[in-house]
Design a protein around this ligand. Structure first.
Ligand SMILES: Cc1ncc(COP(=O)(O)OP(=O)(O)O)c(N)n1
Ligand SMILES: Cc1nc(C(=O)O)sc1CCOP(=O)(O)O
Ligand SMILES: [Mg+2]
Length: 213
């Protein structure tokens, strides 16, 4: 499958608090049923055994639903499972991660609101670049803010799929897609839900934004 086809649509990101108490697998499965194409396992704990167990279970779910699993921050775990990786600016060398994971792996890079960071990420072998945060984020309120117009310039200058992140809802996503975002990465507006059925409904609402060419 072409990278541009794989990297389009809803990009769901897990959250350890929202998905605690047995919600991780049912809520993620609901997001995948609702059409999420990428799933990022984002867990900041140092419990390596649990992280491996959970990532393994998520990999199986993703495989069943034809989605791609991406590990946040942890190149070793991504290498162990043979899945993708997302790195921020403080998370280690992207070029080294590319060498470790190989040419086929999906590797994403946080670029905040800075095109030079995206240009560097492209040179270092990123598969996609992520810009944000575009709105107030309940998950990461302190992340640097970005302006939607940035996406248009990024599209013209960076030859990689673009992810938009930060406080995005089904109502605000269309404006970002129109400006050039190929993927919309979401935590709170997807997973802060009463039940799995509601997660699936929300995922479907995001995913439908990508069905028109
Ligand atoms: C798709 C996507 N974009 C940005 C981020 C943020 O990464 P980072 O800046 O490393 O912050 P943490 O998520 O590690 O707290 C992301 N995870 N995913
Ligand atoms: C993990 C993360 N990174 C961001 C960035 O701007 O780099 S914003 C963010 C949180 C995204 O979650 P929500 O959809 O709940 O706002
Ligand atoms: Mg990080």
């Amino acid at each position: 499958m072409k990278e541009s086809t794989r990297l389009r649509g809803l990009y769901a990101i897990t959250d350890s608090k929202l998905l605690a108490d047995g919600r991780l697998l049912p809520y993620v499965e609901a997001a995948l049923k609702g059409g999420a194409r990428l799933l990022q396992y984002r867990d900041k704990s140092s419990d390596e055994a649990r992280r491996l167990r959970e990532a393994d279970a998520l990999q199986e779910l993703c495989a069943r639903h034809g989605a791609q699993l991406i590990i946040n921050d942890d190149a070793e775990l991504a290498a162990r499972l043979g899945v993708g990786l997302h790195l921020g600016q403080e998370d280690g060398s992207l070029a080294a991660a590319r060498a470790l994971l190989g040419r086929q792996a999906i590797i994403g890079a946080t670029c905040h609101a800075q095109l030079p960071l995206a240009e560097q990420a492209a040179r270092d072998g990123a598969s996609y670049v992520a810009f944000g945060r575009f709105f107030q984020s309940q998950t990461k309120p302190g992340a640097p803010s970005a302006n939607p117009e940035l996406l248009r310039e990024a599209r013209a200058r960076i030859g990689l799929p673009i992810v938009a992140i930060g406080g995005i809802t089904p109502e605000t996503a269309p404006g970002l897609i129109a400006e050039g975002a190929q993927m919309i990465a979401v935590i709170h507006a997807l997973f802060a839900a009463e039940n799995a059925a509601e997660v699936e409904r929300r995922a479907r609402a995001f995913s439908q934004l990508f069905t028109t060419p």
